[in-house]
Ligand binder design. Structure first.
Ligand code: URA
Length: 427
């Protein structure tokens, strides 16, 4: 029987489920061009408004995976896994975890993303390293991962092309923030990596996409359900995103801070989150019996230089030249505290948008990024500060963009009198 798109949209809008055949016809039709953008937008809006059942989500993920190629590591003995974060500000943990775990003998075919909304993208940061290439054909990427234990690639047209096309449409039709659509998008790409295990960093707080723990839990549980349904062991770690992670947020400065972490001098919060996430995969793989054991193994790999050596190896294999990566910004501007007190809160989404203004993210698809752009955080929530002391130093290569970013960031901090300590984890 022929599918009638408007009937399916009307059925979803009246609360009915979409059959497997209709989902196939809709998503397949959009990829091949028989369903146009306007019809697909109505379909996405219907899902946005009315959600999807678990069965619909499993079917959608399966269709998206099969719209492209899938990696296959079935012939190797090592544990193949990945880490994914739901997006944050200053979140450079992928750059720490990937080489660290590869130096421990795990295999990570990491598909990383670009900046999204107010959050930074691992790929954008990595591409501040001159020559670094993440657009690698899947066959080549798989070989590279097998020989190095890790590679970091961009989503190409070979992997989940249905997601590539649908995501681009969601981005311009206000349909990104839908739990089933986010789950479909993230998990189809992760499963297409051919992994056995996954750890998800579920960010909660003022800089996260999910506004509160309840909404974050709904998304996280659905991501886990889909992972387990497709045979991928999936662990969840809920982490605080009420302030930027680490001392730096931005472009090259985050790569530099990741190098510090891999060389044993990273900031405490970034190290704690990285080690916690990494421990889940160490335990899944059987390389560690618990978190304490994992931390001992991973700290030793940092101390003896193996973790950083692996980072250098990954970068060099993908054409990157760390020696000539030097990004001195032309302009810097400090933001000072306007009163004495204790930092109570930060509007970290606003800080993220300030960073976007400075060149760390895109408002339009073709916006150019600035490798030198970023900020240094001199104080964190719970820290005392005196009037006139530095809160942030912001930097980039364009004075107007810097001013615009600084204006947003300067208004994002609330100083009060209450003593407080922020938790780093929620589970
Ligand atoms: N990241 C993705 O890859 N897809 C989404 O829908 C949201 C975040």
């Amino acid at each position: 029987m022929k599918m009638i798109p408007n009937d399916i949209i009307a059925a979803k809008n009246s609360g009915k489920s979409i059959s497997e055949n209709d989902l196939h016809a809709f998503i397949g039709g959009y990829v091949t061009g028989s369903i146009d953008d306007a019809t697909m937008t109505k379909f996405l809006k219907a899902i946005f408004d009315h959600g999807m059942s678990n069965d619909e989500i499993y079917t959608m993920v399966d269709i998206m995976i099969h719209s492209g190629k899938r990696m296959d590591f079935g012939h190797i003995n090592d544990y193949v896994c990945d880490k994914h974060s739901i997006g944050g500000v200053g979140d450079k943990t992928s750059l720490v975890i990937a080489p660290l775990l590869a130096s421990a003998g795990l295999v990570l075919p990491m598909m990383a993303g670009r900046s999204l909304g107010h959050t930074g993208g691992t790929l954008d940061k990595l591409e501040t390293i001159p020559g670094f290439n993440a657009d690698i054909p899947i066959n080549e990427f798989q070989k590279l991962v097998e020989s190095n234990g890790c590679g970091i690639m961009a989503q190409t047209s070979e992997i989940c092309p249905a997601d590539g096309k649908i995501y681009a449409l969601r981005d311009v039709t206000g349909t990104v923030a839908s739990v089933p659509l986010i789950v479909g998008s993230i998990m189809s790409k992760k499963i297409a990596e051919g992994i056995q295990g996954l750890v998800l960093d579920i960010k909660v707080g003022s800089g996260a996409f999910m506004p509160n723990l309840e909404k974050a839990t709904e998304l996280a549980e659905m991501l886990k359900n889909v992972g387990e349904y497709f045979g991928v062991t999936t662990d969840l770690v809920y982490t605080n995103m009420d302030q930027p992670l680490g001392r730096y947020a931005g472009m090259w400065c985050e790569v530099q801070e990741s190098i510090d972490c891999l060389q044993g001098r990273g900031p405490d919060d970034t190290m704690a989150v990285s080690l916690k996430l990494a421990s889940k995969l160490m335990i899944q793989s059987g390389k560690a019996k618990d978190e304490v054991d994992s931390n001992a193994i991973l700290n030793e790999l940092i101390k003896n230089g193996s973790a950083y050596k692996k980072f250098e190896e990954i970068v060099a294999t993908q054409g990157g030249d760390l020696v000539s990566a030097n990004h001195e910004p032309v302009y810097t501007m400090d933001i000072f505290a306007e009163r004495d007190g204790i930092i109570q809160s930060m509007d970290t989404t606003q800080i993220g948008w300030g960073l976007v203004d400075m060149g760390c993210g895109r408002k339009h698809k073709d916006d150019n990024l600035d490798s030198t752009a970023g900020l240094e955080c001199h104080r964190k929530i719970g820290n005392e500060i005196q009037e006139g002391e530095k809160l942030f130093t912001c930097f980039c290569n364009n004075e107007d963009k810097l001013k615009s970013g600084v204006e947003k960031i300067a208004n994002a901090v609330n100083i009060g009198t209450e003593s407080l300590e922020l938790p780093l984890f929620y589970n």
